[in-house]
Design a protein around this ligand. Sequence first.
Ligand SMILES: Cc1cc2nc3c(=O)[nH]c(=O)nc-3n(C[C@H](O)[C@H](O)[C@H](O)COP(=O)(O)OP(=O)(O)OC[C@H]3O[C@@H](n4cnc5c(N)ncnc54)[C@H](O)[C@@H]3O)c2cc1C
Length: 268
Amino acid sequence: MCENDILGEYLTETYSVLLINLIKKHLPNIILFPATKIGRDLAPRVAATLETGLTADCIDLKIQDGNLIQTRSVYGGNYLADIICPQTRPQMASIRPNIMEKSEQTDKNQPEIIQFSSDLDPAQLKTKVIEYIETTVSNKKPIDEADIIVSGGRGIGSKENFKIIEDLADVLNASIGASRAAVEAGWISKSCQVGQSGTVVCPNIYIACGISGTTQHLVGMKSSKKIIAINKDPNAPIFEVCDYGIVGDYKVIVPLLKEALEKKLSHI
Ligand SMILES: Cc1cc2nc3c(=O)[nH]c(=O)nc-3n(C[C@H](O)[C@H](O)[C@H](O)COP(=O)(O)OP(=O)(O)OC[C@H]3O[C@@H](n4cnc5c(N)ncnc54)[C@H](O)[C@@H]3O)c2cc1C
């Protein structure tokens, strides 16, 4: 734990220098990062400087004969690979948020917190945050923290049509998600992408509209507590993983759902 005003904003430069100095001092055997935006930015810089390996986006970890077995999906999510780093230390991995269940906190698993001070000089920094610019969608909560997500895919058809998804999300106070196809079409921001190359989410309710349910999308949302799918193709694979499936045009179903929920929620 290091408290310093200079660390208020995340900067690769400051955080990596601090972490590298700390690792050189304490020589840990294993370092784990969350595979969040910050973790994905920081971990490779630290690993490269320390000339050690890094397995990104792990979905499972085990220890065997002193080695960290780092499991991640490969080849478009079709295989799982177990990766070890036997020759260099520290062993480093980043882990996808929400992929593992949180264990109960007990007195036994209290971590030891080491306090340290930083002698970073702001004058020597090469990078400075000048301004934050909001993305097109200002989600109520980032999708990896959302309780409810209403998600749209290629079936939504256009950027304008995403308004139908947003209207339902507003009623439910939900965040907006998307498939990669919708993101790549430029209809919605990348920060909304759910899936293998997006964010893994675990909300209480996930409503998938016009999303077919490819492996790469499912890997990012199949742990959701309740999955509701709306798709006009009765054979869409999303219907194999959902708790409730509605076969039909989302342009008809979603406004009806919104209206019914509005009425229901107004009585609560
Ligand atoms: C390495 C790699 C990583 C990837 N990572 C991701 C990822 O992180 N996330 C991700 O989502 N994808 C990812 N993909 C892409 C993935 O393979 C699919 O291409 C993508 O998920 C398809 O998105 P979709 O379901 O929106 O589109 P489609 O598969 O085209 O499905 C559209 C669906 O909409 C339905 N539909 C059409 N019109 C309507 C309507 N009016 N009402 C109701 N339903 C309708 C159709 O029946 C269809 O089922 C990745 C691919 C690769 C190779």
